[in-house]
Design a binder for this molecule. Structure first.
Ligand code: 13P
Length: 251
């Protein structure tokens, strides 16, 4: 067992209205009060102002699902780090596979966002992960290496304490197909090796690597038992306290 803490995060994606978000956030605050791990929820931009006061002073961090690559200006439809800071957001998820594959964000853009978010004091969860065809072609490691190296380009060792990696194999997201704990752990170990090449083993050993892709109450404990799996980035099961809390309190 490593001495890294566990970090369980809920990505609410494009779900919930303000009243539904307030209800879920309130339930999580109550039910995770005695939780032993690090927690986060990432609601849509429109819900942040509603959820922020509910989470304030609790053990659940407030995250955003994306941010713009520029601080401000003529960028219709984008949301800037200054606006997120104003809403007391603490963490930004970047490079999610839905951003990469539906909205065509590339590594250079993700890296620009990541450096801007770090510069403004945010913690960043950088998502990496291969498509099914890339896995079948034996390219899973290569894809995760490229996304990790390019995503972190220009990041100083001193900022690594605010970097979390989330390995989310695209074929496991929202499909009910979870990577086996062994397969996930193998990629996590590989990504940690990539991090060690970039920053040295001691620094790499401190970086949390979450797994994401059909994490459920039934499989959370087996995944978390693996040496290199330090938490989860949960989608579908994060939308209800009934399913998120058991994951967050996996035994
Ligand atoms: P699911 O848990 O719904 O597979 O989603 C995972 C994910 O994409 C979290 O960011």
């Amino acid at each position: 067992m490593s001495d890294r803490p566990y970090y369980i995060a809920g990505n609410w994606k494009m779900h919930k209205t303000r009243s539904q978000a307030a209800e879920l956030a309130g339930a999580l605050v109550t039910q995770l009060k005695d939780g032993k791990h690090k927690y986060l929820v990432a609601p849509s931009f429109t819900l942040l102002e509603t959820v922020a006061p509910i989470l304030k002073g609790t053990n659940i961090r407030l995250g955003a699902q994306n941010c713009a690559a520029e601080e401000q200006g003529a960028h219709t439809g984008e949301v800037s780090v200054l606006q997120l800071k104003d809403l007391e957001v603490q963490t930004v998820i970047l490079g999610h596979s839905e951003r990469r594959h539906i909205y065509h964000e590339d590594d250079a853009l993700i890296n620009k966002k990541l450096r801007l978010a770090l510069q403004h004091g945010f913690e960043v969860i950088l998502c990496v992960g291969e498509l099914l065809e890339e896995r079948e072609a034996g390219k899973a490691e290569q894809v995760c290496e490229t996304q990790t190296v390019k995503g972190l380009e220009g990041v100083a060792a001193g900022d690594l304490g605010r970097i979390v990696i989330a390995y989310e194999p695209v074929w496991a997201i929202g499909t009910g197909k979870t990577a086996t704990p062994e397969d996930a752990d193998a990629i996590h170990a590989f990504v940690r090796k990539v991090l060690a090449k970039l920053y040295g083993q001691a620094a790499a050993d401190k970086i949390l690597i979450q797994y994401g892709g059909s994490v459920k109450p039934e499989n959370a404990a087996q995944l978390m038992a693996k040496e290199n799996i330090d938490g989860a980035l949960v989608g579908g099961a994060a939308l209800k306290a009934d399913t998120f809390v058991p994951i967050a309190k996996f035994a």
